[in-house]
Design a protein around this ligand. Structure first.
Ligand code: FMN
Length: 365
């Protein structure tokens, strides 16, 4: 068994998989289910100075993801402060309290949640493109708290790397990236209406469709800042967590997959991560952090696809997909015509059997 524990801003997590702010942590009972499901840390649903009243309906599953127009917690902050945080405590797991949004909101909330939080996470989802309100919110949190203050960034138009740098300069102890992406629109062909309520039917995208954007943001932020990054967006399996850690995350949060598959997913992802580490000869999860931050070697771009005879069963998937008609299946074996091959690389990921490998720097025959 590999060592799954990670340390972030001085806090030790027994494993790097935890819930993201959202329905899986909507109250104390839900949070305790995440702990029982094997999470390595806990995060609570974002609260603000008043209860949210989101449009209904506000969550829909779509192919490859989910759209939602939930806001922050629909429970009043007083209920969290008087009841939910205390009930969710005592698990022994680090507890990150998510707060939103303005400096005034944070100044009111932070002293009240102080007894319960091992760290806080400030959502920047509703404070616009300008960095000023985010910086002011960080200031308000730092003034009231002596625990680490993480800042959760939304993939809005505002350049995320710049926002992360500004958050770090303002005193943030870590970056959580990313929140759901939007606005987006999904329409139900049967009703001809958007799945989601609200005046425009807009929603925010999460789940597998979000993962490549999240990975890009995590890697670019991790390159730019010295504080730890917690990655979130589209993680549902151990291999997703591997990718997120390699992109530079020190830990990983999960929302959509936990909504769809239940809180046991935290332990399942941690277990799959453990198996992957063992199989690939790593002693710890922490070793993965940032492995994909290195610059691309020139030899990679000079490479080409190569078919391995053993695993290839001539299924034709690669040949059908090749945009250059460079692959044919001969006697149940994919054969690549390198004169026609444009080195686009699609066949490598299209193959379901790992039979086509991108080999750097193979001299062209
Ligand atoms: C229904 C729903 C509600 C959410 N509520 C919050 C929230 O209150 N605060 C927050 O910071 N992020 C919220 N998020 C965003 C998630 O925490 C997460 O950043 C995003 O969904 C990407 O991760 P995922 O692909 O694992 O879901 C919510 C997401 C969903 C789907």
């Amino acid at each position: 068994m590999a060592n799954l524990s990670v340390e972030i801003a001085g806090i030790r997590f027994p494993n790097p998989i935890m819930p993201a702010a959202g329905p899986p942590v909507r109250d104390a009972r839900a949070i305790l289910r995440c702990a029982a499901g094997g999470a390595g840390g806990l995060v609570s649903k974002t609260i603000s100075t008043r209860a949210a009243t989101p449009p209904i309906p506000n969550i829909a599953e779509i192919p490859h993801g989910m759209v939602n127009t939930e806001l922050w917690s629909e429970l009043p902050p007083e209920q969290w402060i008087d009841r939910e945080y205390a009930l969710a405590g005592g698990t022994g797991l680090p507890f990150i309290v998510s707060l939103g949004y303005s400096a005034d909101d944070i100044a009111w909330l932070a002293p009240r949640i102080r007894p319960f939080a091992d760290a806080v996470e400030l959502s920047t989802h509703y404070i616009g493109e300008d960095a000023g309100p985010m910086i002011a919110a960080i200031g308000a949190a730092k003034a009231a708290l002596d625990v680490p203050v993480f800042v959760k960034l939304s993939p809005l138009g505002r350049e995320m790397v710049r926002a992360a740098e500004q958050a770090e300069s303002a005193g943030a102890d870590g970056i959580v990236a990313i929140n759901s992406f939007g606005p987006v629109l999904a329409i139900d062909p049967d009703t001809r209406l958007p799945y989601l309520g609200g005046s425009d039917g807009y929603g925010w995208l999460s789940g597998p469709a979000l993962k490549p954007l999240a990975i890009r943001c995590v890697r670019d932020i991790a390159r730019a800042v010295d504080v730890p990054v917690i990655g979130v967006g589209g993680v549902g399996r151990g291999i997703d967590a591997v990718e997120m850690l390699m992109a530079g995350a020190s830990a990983v949060q999960v929302c959509t997959a936990a909504m769809l598959h239940g809180p046991a997913i935290f332990g399942r992802i941690a277990h799959e991560l453990d198996l992957w580490l063992d199989e690939h000869g790593y002693a710890s999860a922490a070793e993965l952090t940032g492995l994909a931050l290195a610059a691309m070697p020139a030899a990679w771009s000079a490479g080409q696809p190569v078919v391995h005879e053993g695993p290839c069963n001539g299924c034709d998937l690669c040949a059908m997909a090749c945009p250059y008609d460079a692959i044919s299946v001969v006697d149940k074996l994919a054969v690549i015509d390198l004169a026609a091959c444009a080195r686009c690389g699609l066949c490598v990921t299209r193959c379901r059997r790992g039979a086509i490998e991108w080999v750097p720097e193979v001299p062209v025959a």
